[in-house]
Ligand binder design. Structure first.
Ligand code: SF4
Length: 211
C-alpha cells in the first residue's frame, strides 16, 4: 500500500509548487506571485454542502460490490465536486489544454473505461514511455478538440480544474512547465487506491490505451 500511496502522490505532484522562474514570461511570473491567494479565495466560495455530499458518495463507492459500480460512484462523487468547483474555476467549455498534459489513471479506472468503450487495456509490463512535455501528444481520446469518451471519462478528467481567474497559466508553452493552481483531488485518488488496492497501478491514459 505504501508504494501505491507514493504513486498517488507522484500523480498529484503536477503543478506544485506554484513558484516563479526566470524562464517564464513576465506576465506569467507576475500572476504566479498572486495565484495562490486567488485559488484560496475561489475555493472558499464553493458550497460546503457539496463537500459533505462528495464524502457520502465516496463512502458508497468504497462499499460497492463490483469494479464498475465502484467507479460509477467515484464518478458521481467527482461530478458533484466538479459542479461546485467549476463556477469558481478558470475552466471553460472548448478549452482542451488539460487533454495535452499528463493524465494518470489507475488500472481499475482504465479497465472500466476499456470495457465501456469496447477496448482492451495495455498491461503495465507493455507500457511505452510517454512524453507530454512538448504538448504534442494529446490524449488519444481527444478528437476535434472534444473528448470522445466524455460520458465515461476518468475521475482525473472530471475533477481537473484551474482555480485561477483565467487560463493564462494553462496556455501550453512548449519547453516550459508552468505551474497551475489545480483543485486538490487527493480525496479521489486515495479513495481510488482504497477501493481496489490490487488495481491501483497508475499510468498515463496514453499508456493504458496506446494506439
Ligand atoms: S479522456 Fe477525454 S477529458 Fe480526459 S484527457 Fe482524454 S480527451 Fe481529455
Amino acid at each position: 500500500m505504501q508504494g501505491q500511496v507514493a504513486d498517488v502522490m507522484k500523480n498529484l505532484s503536477e503543478g506544485v509548487p506554484v513558484v516563479t522562474d526566470p524562464s517564464f514570461p513576465d506576465e506569467v511570473n507576475a500572476r504566479l506571485l498572486v495565484v495562490e491567494a486567488t485559488a484560496e479565495a475561489n475555493i472558499k466560495k464553493t458550497d460546503p454542502v457539496a463537500g459533505e455530499r462528495v464524502k457520502q458518495l465516496l463512502a458508497v463507492a468504497l462499499r460497492a460490490s463490483t469494479s464498475a459500480k465502484k467507479v460509477m460512484w467515484l464518478h458521481k462523487a467527482a461530478d458533484v465536486s466538479a459542479a461546485a468547483v467549476a463556477p469558481v474555476s478558470a475552466c471553460r467549455t472548448g478549452c482542451d489544454s488539460c487533454c495535452h498534459i499528463e493524465a494518470r489513471i489507475s488500472r481499475l479506472e482504465a479497465r472500466v473505461l476499456a470495457r465501456a468503450i469496447g477496448r482492451e487495456i495495455v498491461e503495465p509490463e507493455h507500457h511505452r514511455p510517454v512524453n507530454v512535455q512538448g504538448y504534442e501528444a494529446p490524449c488519444p481520446f481527444l478528437v476535434d478538440h472534444q473528448c470522445s469518451v466524455y460520458a465515461v471519462r476518468p475521475t482525473v478528467c472530471r475533477t481537473h480544474f484551474n482555480l485561477d481567474e483565467d487560463d493564462l497559466l494553462c496556455r501550453l508553452t512548449p519547453g516550459l512547465a508552468i505551474p497551475v493552481p489545480y483543485y486538490d483531488t487527493r480525496i479521489f485518488a486515495f479513495t481510488g487506491v482504497a477501493m481496489e488496492p490490487d488495481e491501483s497501478q497508475w499510468a498515463d491514459i496514453r499508456q493504458w490505451f496506446q494506439v
